[in-house]
Write a protein that binds this ligand. Structure first.
Ligand code: ZN
Ligand code: ZN
Length: 435
């Protein structure tokens, strides 16, 4: 009988009672076919593949990462808590060394959910990877984490949460934002003033095949990860780069995904998108599980592969090479501009954030303390078209004394009655206060 070379944990939660709407691609049946395929391939019977039961995440787990407006109950359902909790179960299995790696096959997804949450963006309410990573940081005292987001859409929520954090390397490989939702994720976006170079965006042209993804991984992603020396590699495993996917325009096969996983060797993979529920998703997920378990994946093939898959064209080859060289140059030459390069300076940015699923418009003003010693004290004023106006103050997990002092000063000088709510998330004490 076959046995896994690397012990692999599987957490499965299809959320049969949650969908964006009955006809929406993010609906109940998304994981039904995967469940069948995993059974059919006998993966759960393999020695070394271990299935874990889910448990719900708590509001305290969410409060390490998010500011939910007005509160967690308003923006999550039980399904969201279990999807996030499934990731925590996978994390525990890996961190306690019960398995070498684990795959959380859960939904609803999370990578479009930003630090402040007013509702659903891009089918996401809470960022399940970020909730998992902040749990790992608190419970297992891990510091440096690399996240590689291989979903076809730019992982703008995860980027937002880790924009200022030099301890998290966030790499997103996605279909170029000029051709797909959410329209962001360009090479020039490299992280906030305290974390320049810890966000890496690799936008690939439509019709990129697995060859292009492999080049990006070998020539850029893996060297960057090696240089960063993370304690943990997390894969936001979106499966919507598949040539069958109905909402994107890429050209990957199930075998391409298996190959990618075998090269990346993530400790933890978390399912994100993937909307060809019958023809692609089950085979991709099977390929990923086999790759994580160290099994040969050359035979992983979707039923229509031989008739429908076309290799990447030479034009796309060329475009991918150019993109990789642009990102590499950007990374090597990029330095913080001299005017922000002074400790203690407060740097402000204003943003408009659109929640496409819930049709909410959010206006944000963000202030970060420029700091060379930590991720920096963060101040966010946010108002939404739903009528809430809030202030959120974030003290990062390894905040230096000067940034802690800055956050205290911000808290003491909040003008009375300006906001509906004021939230203080102090990660040095793992506390969350609402005023
Ligand atoms: Zn996606
Ligand atoms: Zn600091």
């Amino acid at each position: 009988m076959l046995s896994a070379k690397r012990k692999t944990g599987l957490v499965f939660f299809p959320a049969f009672d949650w969908s964006v709407s009955p006809t929406h691609p993010e609906r109940e049946e998304r994981l039904l076919y995967t469940q069948d395929q995993v059974m059919e391939e006998g993966l759960l019977d393999l020695d070394g593949v271990v299935e874990y039961r889910v448990r719900p995440a708590t509001y305290a787990d969410i409060r390490r990462t998010h500011f939910c407006v007005p509160d967690e109950a308003a923006v999550t359902t039980e399904s969201h808590l279990i999807a996030a909790g499934g990731c925590l179960v996978a994390a525990d299995a890996v961190m306690k060394r019960e398995v070498d790696s684990a795959f959380a096959l859960v939904r609803p997804p999370g990578h479009h959910a930003m630090r402040v949450v007013h509702g659903n963006r891009g089918f996401c309410n809470i960022n399940i990877e970020a909730v998992m990573i902040e749990y790992i940081r608190d419970v297992y005292n891990v510091r440096k984490v690399a996240i590689v987001d291989t979903d076809c859409h730019h992982g703008d929520g995860t980027q937002d949460i880790y924009w200022h954090d030099p301890d998290t390397l966030f790499i997103s490989i996605h279909q170029d934002g000029r051709t797909l939702y959410p329209g962001t994720g360009f090479p020039a976006d490299m992280g906030g003033p305290n974390a320049i170079g810890s966000t890496i965006n690799i936008p690939l042209p439509p019709r990129t095949g697995e060859e292009g993804f492999r080049t990006a991984l070998d020539e850029l992603v893996m060297p960057l990860i090696e240089r960063f020396e993370p304690e943990l590699i997390v894969n936001s495993a979106g499966q919507d780069n598949h040539y069958e996917d109905p909402i994107t325009h890429m050209n990957f096969s199930a075998r391409g995904y298996a190959d990618l996983t075998a090269r990346l060797k993530p400790h933890l993979a978390v399912l994100e998108g993937g909307y060809s529920v019958e023809k692609a998703l089950p085979y991709i997920n099977v390929g990923i599980i086999m790759a994580m378990a160290g099994l040969p994946t050359a035979t992983v093939k979707e039923p229509n592969y031989d008739t429908e898959y076309e290799a990447q064209t030479p034009e796309v080859d060329k475009y991918v090479d150019q993109t990789i060289s642009t990102v590499r140059k950007q990374f090597i030459t990029s330095q913080p501009p001299p005017d922000i390069n002074k400790d203690g300076r407060i740097i402000e940015r204003r943003r408009n954030i659109f929640y496409d699923t819930d049709m909410i418009q959010e206006l944000q003003t963000e202030r970060i303390r420029r700091c060379r010693d930590c991720a920096g004290a963060l101040w966010i004023e946010s108002s939404s078209s739903r009528g809430y106006r809030i202030l959120a103050i974030h003290v990062p997990r390894w905040a230096c004394p000067a940034c802690q002092k800055q956050a205290r000063q911000w808290c003491e000088s909040v003008p009375a009655k300006t906001y509906d709510k004021v939230y203080i998330q102090d990660r040095t004490k793992n506390s969350y206060t609402v005023i």
